[in-house]
Design a protein around this ligand. Sequence first.
Ligand SMILES: [Zn+2]
Length: 465
Amino acid sequence: MQLSLANKYRPQTFREMIGQQHIIGILEAKMQSESDFMQNYLLTWPRWTGKTTSARILAKAINCLEPIEWNPCNKCANCMAINGSTTLDYVEIDAASHTWVDNIREEILDKALYPPTMLKKKIYVIDEVHMLSKWAFNSLLKTIEEPKWNVCFILATTEIQKVPDTIISRCQVFQFKKVIESEIADHLAEICEKEGFEFQKDALDLIAMISDGGVRDSIKYLDQVSILGKITSENVSKFLWVLSENNVKNFLIIIKTGDKKQIYDAIDQFSQQGIDLFQLAKQVIWIIDKSILEDTDFYLFLSEKFSNILRQIRYYPYPAVLFKMELSPLNSQTSTLTSIPSPSQISTANIQPVSVSSKPVETAILADIQSIPSYEEGQDVWQRVVLSLNEWMLRSNLRDHTILDKLENWVAHLIITNKIAEISLQKAETRSDLEKKLSEIVGEKVILERKFESREDYLARSLDF
Ligand SMILES: [Zn+2]
């Protein structure tokens, strides 16, 4: 029988578990120590995969007749019985299923009183233990309060915060961590070598990213893609409805142009092809993380947009529309959950780019005054300056995250409310461009003074009379 890769490479010992080195040493030490004979265990994982596999390894390690350095041998009668689920002494229960919740007393706890028939210890694995009812927890607590040397409970959960403290305090707790992408990719590379698959490193990185910490999922994906032959990014994207890294980068180039039509066309095309836009947003963040130094300003700008997308996409019925809203060059503010409505909304249709040759009409009016008295007026002038910049990212970013607080003695006091805007304004070139444009409007040489302040702090301060 041909085993699926996921089953073939399912870990059978502590040593084979990926990314859990911090726990393996302790688990092995526990197995050595006689004093923990009457111990129950609580395994907690950040996600649903891997819990029962770990519980099974632990059960085998406790019962193995010929352990190898405290790891199960997977060959003795006890290991085989647990692996093949052929003994009544090893019971796996899914607490998410109602039948067990209702019958826990009769089905499990009463039976746990009888000694094992085959294994050294009877093992009860209760998966998703946080799903048990209060009543069931009380019954369980009574049972583990009086531990018996020949019965062991292995509880597993993804939500330890929902497990009562009284239970937690009576168990040895092992907190497994989410497996990081590079560990998964390395593991996949090992499998490819063993299986004789030709592969590209990028393709494995992509699979690891999509699997989101699930080792078993990643192996399943690898298995599927291997049907197409070579493991390349192209084949991964064909099979798993994601874009290859090159195509994601091409999309970023389109975003950078600021050409609304091109951006929207690309998004529509992804929708039609059935590309998973949630994965696409994750891929963009992943590329930003890898390549931030290549184009820092642009990537910082993108990171904000795509963080917004990721925050909302799970609750948004039309992901493509969300993409368009966030990536729309002229409308960058509309959907940001955290943004506070701009006090002065000005219609972009009325904005005339400031040019060196033609002085705008308001110059004359503003030249008469030494300061801008109101917030609205300050913002109005500042928005005109910002929106006359050539680069649309900078335009969008400064528009959302800077406020002209006041103009006094031809010094423009600017409040910056976000880190990305602050970084953009660290560039002398950007500042002098802004100063030049502002000077043109005001009719005098103006110098920019910058101050970083959160928008909340700024608003609180300006409302404080
Ligand atoms: Zn064994």
